[in-house]
Design a protein around this ligand. Structure first.
Ligand SMILES: NC(=O)c1ccc[n+]([C@@H]2O[C@H](COP(=O)([O-])OP(=O)(O)OC[C@H]3O[C@@H](n4cnc5c(N)ncnc54)[C@H](OP(=O)(O)O)[C@@H]3O)[C@@H](O)[C@H]2O)c1
Length: 308
């Protein structure tokens, strides 16, 4: 089955499918079947990370799907992320050398020769940030990763890379949804030709992060708003004849972002990629533009202009 898809030019040669399959909170043992299911449903972009502890399972799912569906490795975009360490949490920061080793470990778990996109997961305040970035540049030069990027970086962190005279990231993966629109950061990334990958697009759903231990200070308010019968996304879902999740994901696509819906539910996996048969009209896009509540619920990276 080949679902409709749109692409972002990640580099001159890499087209990033705008809808990817997110795998955060998918257990390693569940990942083979779910990733296989997602690829069967038409996803050609899979997002994992060293920190998710599921690269083995994700790799198995990819291997099975490619073999059974007769898809070539080149048709799939696979992203993984370096866990950078965090001195503030007592976790040693990865150095240049251990960053190179981390990618080798990720490739071995994924059973892949290369990944399409390798990201630094977060810009924890540490001395090794630029060393890690230099290692990613080298890995790209060697062809072990096709594109390189960052995640949860703000303008200040990217300016740090610029000031060091190093190549800029191909992408920044950040929390983006109608309640956290980050207009300044989005405009900065666009000006600098850095592709934007949105995560946690479904935060405004009442079911968001129902898993115990994953709630944040804003979760209760978000659940309450999402559960309201007159909640704006429920009204729009009805108007366009789609699900609330499809509205939230389609919003990201219309803003020009790649999106990464995660689901462990077969029907949702299929529906979450079905985003190209409708368009949110200008009036509704303008209404959503007014819903920004500032910071998201995942990472907080401090003053947006400072590389703290
Ligand atoms: N770089 C980073 O720091 C970072 C941070 C967070 C996430 N990410 C990436 O982005 C991906 C997506 O973010 P996320 O996992 O935080 O959140 P998400 O995809 O926005 O939401 C996932 C949650 O929504 C539910 N869901 C999925 N489809 C649904 C639908 N159609 N209707 C109702 N509920 C639905 C899922 O439950 P079910 O599974 O039960 O369907 C799950 O609880 C991650 O998996 C990960 O790959 C990256």
């Amino acid at each position: 089955m080949q679902t409709q898809q749109k692409y972002i030019n990640l580099t001159h040669t890499i087209k990033l499918p705008m809808v990817g399959f997110g795998t955060y909170l998918i257990q390693d043992e569940d990942a083979p079947a779910l990733v296989d299911q997602a690829i069967r449903a038409g996803y050609r972009h899979v997002d994992t990370a060293e920190a998710y502890g599921n690269e083995n399972g994700v790799g198995l799912g990819i291997k099975t799907a490619l073999a059974e569906l007769g898809i070539s490795r080149e048709e799939l975009v696979v992203t993984t992320k370096l866990w950078p360490g965090n001195e503030a949490w007592g976790l040693p920061a990865k150095t240049y050398e251990s960053t190179i080793e981390s990618l080798q470990a990720s490739l071995a778990k994924l059973q892949l020769d290369y990944v399409d996109l390798y990201l630094i997961h977060a810009p924890f305040p540490q001395t090794q940030r630029l060393e890690q970035w230099k290692a990613l540049v080298e890995l790209q030069r060697q062809g072990q990763v096709r594109a390189i990027g960052v995640s949860n970086f703000n303008e200040g962190h990217i300016e740090e890379i610029k000031a060091a005279g190093l190549p800029l990231p191909d992408a920044n993966q950040i929390e983006l949804h109608p309640w956290s629109q980050k207009p300044d950061l989005v405009s900065y990334l666009t000006r600098n030709n850095i592709s934007i990958i949105a995560y946690s697009s479904l935060v405004p759903l009442s079911s968001w992060r129902a898993v115990e231990g994953q709630a944040s200070a804003k979760t209760d308010q978000m659940r309450a708003d999402g559960a309201d019968a007159d909640a704006p996304f429920k009204v729009m879902a009805k108007k366009y004849g789609v699900s609330e999740a499809q509205i939230l994901l389609r919003w990201g696509i219309q803003k020009g972002y790649a999106v990464l819906p995660k689901s462990a539910n077969a029907a949702r996996i299929r529906r979450n990629i079905d985003l190209f048969g409708f368009e949110i009209d200008d009036e509704d896009m303008a209404a959503i533009a007014k819903m920004d509540r500032g910071e998201g619920v995942a990472w907080h990276t401090g003053d947006p202009t400072k590389a703290t």
